[in-house]
Design a protein around this ligand. Sequence first.
Ligand code: NAD
Ligand code: UGA
Length: 482
Amino acid sequence: MIPAEAGIQNATAQRNNDVEKGSMMKFERNILCIGAGYVGGPTMAMIAYKCPQYRVTVVDINPERIRQWNSSNLPIFEPGLEEVVLACREKNLFFSTDIEKGIKEAEIIFVSVNTPTKSFGAGAGMAADLQYWEKTARQIRDCAESPKIVVEKSTLPVKTSLAMERILSGENDRVYFDVLSNPEFLAEGTAIKDLENPDRVLIGSHETKRALKAREVLVEIYSNWVDREKIITTNLWSSELSKLAANAFLAQRISSINAISALCEKTDADIGEVATAIGMDSRVGDKFLRASVGFGGSCFKKDILNLVYLCRYYGLNEVADYWEGVVRINDYQKDRFVLNMLNAMFNTLAGKRICLFGFAFKANTGDTRESPGIFIARELVEEQAELVITDPEALENARVDLKDIEQHITYLDDPYEAAEGSHAIAVLTEWELYRDLDYERIYQSMMKPAFIFDGRNILDHRRLFAMGFNVFPIGKAPLTHF
Ligand code: NAD
Ligand code: UGA
């Protein structure tokens, strides 16, 4: 059990008592979140969990998603999430499709809709697609009958709150809206831990007396469980830009270490040793220096491209080029991984069975958005390989992602069955379970020569080599028998 889960279970009994009492009293605040996704669901569940005195409602246009949030099978897999949701659901946490009613009743509205990369028109492939966000803003304006604090939770281009204010202030003169920016920094797979004990909470606002009052309301909500000194306040634009920049900095570290991993493979240096040596410098720090098959996830690429687009818009081409390089190196790393497989396996993959260990973009999530697995699977099928994919949580999403090439893919839950008869295994997700498999048994069941490409450097390479595998880690010399 992870510490956050243990803490949550201990606190649940006490909390249930509080909520029972809470249900008999009038709630102190009525909070709404529009968008019941990876951010809206867990974030609001944590607020409801920590603040039994508030009523929290999460709404979405997708009725199936809401049905799942109200069921025993939540729409997303996230360690510790179920305990938190079950402790509050139908007490002070509600999931609904009635957006209008939610807007009318709430005094604080979080907007947590998706802001994907635009796929059409000007800025296609770079700019943020703000259509879902704008529809929400208009709906808030049209339905509101009393003043609201509107909180941007989605990641948005800097200056979006200005547009939000303009939309909200048109046509509905009866009601005043305060717009705050409160970007979310949780990472999937550790969302509950991150929400319970965040490094910081960032709140951006204007400096007017009214805006500062609205900001204080949000500070007060978080201070129910977050130390005041961790709640930082800035102007609106700094808050919006900090979110994009934070993701760009995190992704940049991964591209930096991945770029060095390519050089390690040419020079017999070891990326693990290099990362340790770099990371022990306290000015650099040791986190986020794990070389990999490339970063994935719904946000890094989209947020960097959004940043690049903004820089070009403001004529800052050198700055744009700099950040675009982070995405270019990530694409290169995924490409390199497939080319290494092809080279190692005698320059042909046609008709070979290749087993992918993991398809989620990282461990402890079923999310496959922008997963390196999508790109790698497609490239391997392009080389006419036959794929077997196994993953403890992500197979349902993988089936959707690879629907158009499904005739070349088998999906299996059991990694032993998946590896059987394969020419190669490629580890694409760092699931703990892949460390502890019986690789002797797996080796015996595979075609020979047997290859293993460890795209996460999680396996014991020397041991695998001693068993007979040809081992290809990231950023380390390969261990081969020929
Ligand atoms: P998501 O796609 O999982 O969820 C968004 C939800 O909004 C969907 O369920 C969708 O149906 C709903 N929606 C869209 N338009 C709507 C409308 N008009 N009315 C009501 N509901 C509507 O997205 P997500 O991963 O939760 O991300 C949401 C935002 O948070 C994005 O801007 C993202 O960049 C940011 N963010 C995401 C993460 C993460 O880990 N996923 C972390 C930090 C920030
Ligand atoms: C990331 C950020 O970490 C969050 O702070 C942010 O809120 C979120 O994006 C967002 O805005 O959506 P997330 O994408 O969920 O969170 O997960 P990360 O842990 O950041 O991992 C992203 C990708 O980088 C994964 O594919 C992971 O495997 C990869 N990674 C991470 C590496 O390859 N090496 C590392 O050292 C760390």
